[in-house]
Ligand binder design. Sequence first.
Ligand code: NDP
Length: 333
Amino acid sequence: MRRWYFNKRPTREIEADTLQLREESRPPLRDNEFLLRSVYLSMDATNRLWIGDWDLYMEPVALGAPMVGFTVGEVVESRHPDFAVGSLAAGILPWADYNICNGEGVQALPMIPGLKLADAFGILAVAGPTALVGLMEIGRPKPGDTVVVTAAAGAVGMLVGQIARIHGCRTIGIAGGAAKCRSLTEQFGYDAAIDYKSEDVIARLRELAPDGVDVHFENVGGEMLDAGLTVMKNFGSVVICGLISTYNSSGPVPGPYMFRNLIMRRLRVEGFVILDYAQRYPEFQAKLAQWMLEGRLHYRLHIERGLENAVDTLKLLYSGGNQGKVMLQIGAE
Ligand code: NDP
């Protein structure tokens, strides 16, 4: 079987020798173990943080250990009473074509009638619950509110705008490039789009939301967060979901410079980690799956193939080369 290992800590972007793919022999199964054949690996911006040098919300990947990520696979051999051959299971597992599991940190994944595995895993494993919790429980918009979302054409962002719209909000998405901005209004239901690569973001936000913004949903950080803080309404909420523009840095990162607006505009700023909501996943997934089946939640999956392409696939999130939720298909569905 093949498995990626964390070989050398990167100082900035992931480099050619940061992770290493190795071929190794597979030991026989012991009692209470099962063999999971990987089907999809979810590529998440936070994977870069797990091999960085920041204090994190969880144990990072140790140097020399297998690289891990959210994976779904099929049980192909089993000596475990709870994981039957042919069933699906998901969890944070080594980037590998096969994993031997003992059930710890892995959940059986029921198929949702009407949804393909790629759609169910791509949207319901990380991005969907993150969008739902971040917007509704942290941002807490009211109908009629103006909601701004950064990295709005990405996995989380494309869903946040639509959930906000379902709740009667007006939505402004910020993304890089004309094509992504078109997808915001044409595919993902945003009322307006701002191209941060060619437009003055603060000027456009002032134009589109002359009375200010009620909820700002941050996925990027840096200049985007500053722009958001600049145009907030009094008593608005700022959701810190992600700061991807800073993840390739080691050591301190600058800003935000408009931190003073937390006082001037009496803002509530709150971060969250979706892993803390694991107990409530069935509730979130049922709601999201219903919207997906009703055609109320549109999404785009960006699926690359081949375990050997894992690093290049992860890097798409950092170059903006992705179109929607990035996944790597490792084996057949
Ligand atoms: P996306 O699918 O949104 O991909 C990342 C996007 O970020 C890129 O497409 C690019 O969009 C944008 N981006 C990357 N680098 C920069 C930069 N330097 N400046 C501006 N934009 C940049 O990824 P996800 O939806 O998976 O994740 C989005 C955010 O949500 C991340 O910050 C992630 O860490 C966070 N997250 C947080 C979770 C939590 O529990 N708090 C859980 C899951 C995700 P463009 O082409 O438009 O520039």
